[in-house]
Ligand binder design. Structure first.
Ligand SMILES: Nc1ncnc2c1ncn2[C@@H]1O[C@H](COP(=O)(O)OP(=O)(O)OP(=O)(O)O)[C@@H](O)[C@H]1O
Ligand SMILES: [Mg+2]
Length: 484
């Protein structure tokens, strides 16, 4: 059983100013990091498996805590429940049972505002530059009362902190139009989540797909953030030894159960006490995963076997430790003046108002439309083609002829069909941006209504121009101006 350090008041850092901001630019609304201790107790997560038609238990009685100034790593084999646990800790998924507490208070959906969540996949607009992307997040996540110059300064500080200055004006890009490298994209995602100086930063596999030195850079940044007072929690897949040692605390999962929770430096000792000695030159992270997956040999039994979590970790004892840390942290905060001066503002769901969100999102959508001319060109070609087709079908139909009334009816029918279908084409925008929207909405960045309206406003000029072109061609070709 690991022995996490006993909680004491000295252990908890006072609020600090975040992110290397020069003193003259510091604004408590932007840069103050409040020390937040996050505890999760007896978390169970069960889902209904549609294919097997039965309930599936994904997490079973998982307890632990993350403290400010520390990095908590969630490790385990693939499918062990790391992402599920991170989503629950980040209040993105609701657990079936258990408690999630932030400084002794239950975490609600509203409190997500002071969390930053970096998902495994990077959800970024390919048509925006790095600076514009971070600026957009600053506009949406920082209070409206903060001046534009302070926001701009914040963006510059983040570019510097995440070593993105060289690519600040490069487009993000995607698979088709190449832009940033994988490591740079990851750092942009982290920067976006840091603009509002979240007390808690959660990252799902921040090093996956990165080479060793880029992965080291990313974890080094997390280390720096932790030392600035942020509470950092990340999932990780078998990190190399130098990365592994940069974390402070570790929770190891296998099939949804806790195999270990405690300090990183106690891990080897803990496994050795259970009869699993890490070979001298082996990577501890690899060794632990081998033990969990039953590919390592116990010295006592000398057989390869799948071990149960209950043989390894005393959940009840672990839970007691989590509770005592929770109590210790809450008491320490209540006693300190910092807690009185900085109550956690949990009641405001969004950092900005509806109209501000609408302006920022519309401007982003406009930029996206303008820099993606191919889709506008396709829409224009389709409109010209349809209008020529309708024009040719009903070319110069004369009112004197009895059939002309029916011709005009048919023509108007075609025109209406075209209007309906051209607006339907706008649905593609929502499909393309669905993942980005889901991520941003999950972070409480804006209201759905503001996003929807911004899309309508941004699409309006193009749709209007297309309809005018269609009407102009059809009107003159059919001869609707000619009354007989
Ligand atoms: N909504 C769901 N419905 C059904 N099964 C689910 C659901 N969410 C997660 N699971 C299952 O729960 C298990 C844990 O998933 P999770 O994504 O948390 O694993 P992971 O440890 O993050 O894996 P990886 O390292 O591959 O990302 C998997 O077997 C997954 O298939
Ligand atoms: Mg995962």
């Amino acid at each position: 059983m690991p022995s996490p350090q006993a909680s004491s008041q000295q252990e908890f850092p006072a609020p600090v100013s975040g992110l290397l901001i020069p003193k003259q630019n510091q604004d408590s609304r932007i840069s103050k990091v409040k020390p937040v201790c996050l505890t999760f107790q007896e978390i169970c997560y069960q889902v209904y498996d549609k294919s097997r038609k039965e309930d599936k238990l994904i997490l079973k009685d998982v307890s632990g805590y993350a403290k400010p100034g520390e990095i908590l790593a969630i490790m385990g084999p693939s499918g062990s429940g790391k992402t599920s646990l991170l989503n629950i800790i980040g209040a993105r998924t609701v657990s079936t049972s258990g408690y999630l507490m932030k400084n002794g208070r239950p975490v609600t959906v509203q409190t997500k505002k002071d969390m930053g969540f970096v998902s495994q996949k990077d959800y970024l607009f390919p048509t925006l530059t790095v600076r514009e992307t971070i600026r957009c997040y600053a506009d949406l996540r920082l209070e409206e009362s903060i001046s534009a110059s302070q926001k701009a300064q914040r963006v510059e500080d983040l570019l510097k902190l995440l070593q993105l200055e060289k690519v600040a004006d490069s487009y993000i890009g995607d698979e088709i139009s190449k832009g940033l490298s994988g490591g740079e994209r990851k750092r942009v995602s982290i920067a976006c989540q840091l603009v509002h100086s979240p007390n808690i930063l959660l990252l799902d596999e921040p090093t996956s797909g990165l080479d060793a030195s880029t992965a080291y850079q990313v974890v080094k940044i997390l280390r720096d953030l932790a030392s600035l007072g942020h509470t950092v929690i990340c999932t990780i897949h078998q990190p190399r030894e130098s990365l592994f040692n940069m974390f402070d605390r570790l929770i190891m999962l296998s099939q949804g159960e806790t195999f270990y929770f405690g300090s990183i430096k106690d891990t080897l000792e803990f496994f050795a006490a259970k009869g699993y000695h890490c070979p001298q030159y082996a990577n501890p992270a690899d060794f632990f995963i081998d033990v969990l997956t039953g590919t390592s040999v116990s010295e006592e039994s000398n057989v390869r076997k799948s071990i149960r979590a209950s043989e390894f970790y005393d959940n009840q004892q672990g839970l007691q430790i989590v509770r005592s840390v929770e109590k210790g942290f809450t008491e320490a905060l209540l006693e300190s003046k910092a807690a009185e001066m900085q109550p956690l503002d949990d009641n405001v769901k969004f950092a900005t108002g509806f109209w501000h969100q609408l302006v920022v999102l519309t401007s982003r959508s406009f930029k996206n439309e303008l820099r993606n001319p191919l889709s506008s060109f396709v829409a224009l070609s389709r409109t010209v083609f349809m209008s020529l087709l309708v024009g040719a079908l009903y070319y110069r139909s004369k009112l004197q002829e009895p059939s002309a009334v029916f011709d005009r009816q048919g023509c108007i029918f075609f025109v209406l069909i075209n209007v309906a279908f051209s607006t339907l084409a706008s649905i593609r925008l929502f499909i393309e941006e669905r993942d980005i929207f889901a991520q941003e909405k999950n972070s409480n960045m804006y209201r759905t209504s503001a996003y929807f309206l911004s899309k309508c406003v941004a699409e309006f000029p193009l749709l209007t121009v297309l309809q005018v072109i269609f009407a102009a061609i059809t009107f003159w070709m059919v001869g609707l101006h000619d009354n007989g």
